[in-house]
Design a protein around this ligand. Structure first.
Ligand SMILES: [Zn+2]
Length: 179
């Protein structure tokens, strides 16, 4: 794939790792030197999403991208952030090695990542996904964010792109905490 930062067509592989049904590669752009992760599936396995009404639907990365893009519209995020987020979530979903994934889990994954990336995008996504019944519920969610932020990094600092390694750490920590 082209560099998500400068769109240059060539990159070198700096690390490869076998993950479920595929290979995760860390790459470095030969033009701008940025690092990014690609995930290659050896055998495309079908992944189904269990929706809230229990219907199954084949996982669509395009749908995932559309949802994230909408939330991130006009936000000052670095180029490639949305694609990277979707790539990362897709990789984690396949990495789980399950044939069916509840849609709520995917929503949670998006929310968790957006939360550490951009609050506005997070709130936008959450308001659609969690279908906040009223403004009170929405306000409570925002209050949680404000509380979380005390003593932590400023919102501006959050706009920097999260290195893939950190996302992996977060993902692993989550898996562990969920047992
Ligand atoms: Zn580049």
């Amino acid at each position: 794939m082209n560099c998500p930062f400068c769109d240059y067509h060539d990159s070198k592989v700096i690390d490869s790792r076998d993950v479920n049904e595929g290979i995760r590669r860390r790459r470095q752009c030969l033009s701008c030197g940025s690092r990014f992760t690609t995930y290659e599936r050896l055998q495309p396995t079908s992944l189904f999403v269990i929706k809230k009404d229990q219907r199954r639907e084949e996982f669509s990365k395009d749908k995932l991208l559309t949802g994230i893009r909408k939330a991130c519209e006009k936000r000052p995020l670095p180029t490639g952030t949305v694609d990277r987020l979707a790539d990362d979530i897709e990789a984690e979903l396949y990495h789980r090695g399950k044939a069916e994934i509840p849609s709520t889990l995917i929503g949670d994954m998006v929310m968790e990542r957006l939360k550490s990336l951009d609050y506005i995008a997070y709130i936008r996504f959450a308001s659609v996904y969690r279908e906040f019944a009223d403004i009170t519920a929405l306000k409570q969610e925002i209050d949680t964010l404000v509380t979380d932020e005390v003593g932590e990094s400023s919102p501006t600092a959050q706009l920097s792109l999260i290195p893939a390694e950190e996302l992996e750490v977060v993902a692993k920590r989550r898996q562990r905490s969920r047992g």
